[in-house]
Design a protein. Structure first.
Length: 403
């Protein structure tokens, strides 16, 4: 089967952490024997104007790059810039800007479809990728499957009618719309009742345990909670710190380590200082992916109590490392886990419930071990990228292919 994969949010050589799930999915396609072509339309940024690291990742991006796993990606340039003030200006009414940007990508997109002649077009995100395909003449259309990752981008269509219109335009050429969680699917069905919609969860790759991995002396004989997140409001990191602070004196051998950075970093630091937790809460900053995975293996429990999480891959990574998780009941991860089997599931924005979950973990080491084993088994049996990609290909094969 020939699959054209359109993903504008895809790793770049100077920013390999951007959209890592897209690369993992592409690698799984290749492992399943798919004839894959990846197009990641990339904002054109002159090198002379690239001042920030993010801008330089775009400016220095090659026209093509082959990633591990024999995934060849082409990065054609276009005039689409998902940054402020353009992003905020076009968010509520995307189509005027999309029409402009499409003119800079149309010729290349048509040429790729003509030369590759895919059986299926697979897009990450209706806007901008599926929207572009919907602008093409019928002869360039193929069965198209669109996977949505961002719950808020979909939910905002409820109160932004012109944004809703842009999505309907994209979906007019779509065979099926895929959500990464059941809550997303429910919202999408309400917004687009005429559309064929189903849930397709993300997966992960099972990484080998690093050799000679051991805790530093100050973490020996400690119970280590680990969190890893963008420091944004809905990730709930200050709430987690406050909950940990409420039990810290009662459990002197517990530690909370937090990986990440972002807009709420100063608030989180202030919360740690206010509660005098400098020796108990360790803010270790942004870390490369391999370090995050090592930290997961060294921790006892992974806790991320953010709300409206579509289907955070970080939970899967912790579970694959054999760790139980603490998460909120409105998150997509609850599609696949059970309370007190692989996780403790608590109400969102509930500090008291978070405190009780932390205490339950600390008071029941045998239960922590059992839930960790359950979590790892669940990942290995049903939530790897290879398993999920086989499921997706089965959906692709149910529709007529191009001639």
């Amino acid at each position: 089967m020939k699959v054209l994969f359109l993903a504008s949010y895809f790793p770049k050589p100077d920013n390999p952490l951007m959209g890592t799930w897209a690369l993992c999915q592409a690698q799984a396609f290749v492992r399943q024997g798919v004839d894959l072509k990846v197009l990641s339309f990339t904002s054109w940024v002159p090198k002379a104007l690239a001042r920030s690291s993010g801008a330089r990742a775009y400016a220095n991006c090659p026209t093509a790059h082959t990633w591990e796993g024999d995934v060849h990606v082409e990065y054609p340039r276009w005039g689409y810039y998902p940054i402020n003030p353009i992003k905020s200006w076009s968010y509520s009414n995307p189509e005027p800007y999309l029409h402009f940007a499409f003119q800079t990508a149309k010729k290349r997109l048509i040429a790729e479809i003509e030369s590759f002649n895919p059986d299926v077009i697979f897009c990450h995100h209706s806007v901008p990728n599926a929207w572009m395909v919907a602008q093409l003449p019928e002869k360039y259309r193929r069965p198209m499957f669109v996977l949505e990752h961002d719950f808020e981008e979909i939910a905002d269509c409820n109160h932004l009618p012109k944004r809703h219109t842009a999505y309907k335009t994209a979906l007019s050429a779509t065979t099926a719309l895929l959500a990464v969680s059941k809550p997303m699917e429910k919202d999408m069905r309400r917004l687009f009742p005429e559309q064929h919609i189903f849930t397709h969860h993300n997966g992960i790759n099972i990484e080998p345990v690093p050799e000679n991995l051991e805790r530093s002396p100050e973490l020996q004989d400690k119970f280590v909670f680990l969190a890893c997140a963008l420091f944004a409001e809905r990730k709930g990191v200050p709430l987690l710190v406050r909950a940990f602070g409420a039990i810290a004196d009662q459990y002197p051998d517990s530690i909370l380590r937090i990986i990440g950075g972002g807009p709420e970093e100063e608030l989180i630091k202030e919360t740690v200082q206010l509660l005098k937790l400098e020796n108990r809460v360790q803010l270790i900053g942004k870390q490369p992916h391999n370090v995050v995975l090592q930290e997961m293996h060294l921790a006892d429990c992974f806790a991320l109590v953010g709300w409206n999480e579509p289907f955070a891959t970080v939970y899967l990574e912790a579970m694959a490392a054999g760790k139980p998780i603490i998460c909120c009941s409105d998150g997509g991860i609850t599609d696949v886990i059970e309370h007190e089997q692989e996780a403790l599931i608590i109400p969102p924005k509930d500090e008291s419930a978070t405190i009780q979950a932390l205490k339950l973990m600390l008071d029941n080491p045998d239960k922590v071990t059992t839930m960790g084993h359950n979590a790892k088994h669940l990942i290995e049996s049903s939530l790897t990228w290879d398993v999920k990609t086989k499921e997706l290909l089965n959906h692709f094969e149910t529709v007529p292919t191009s001639q």
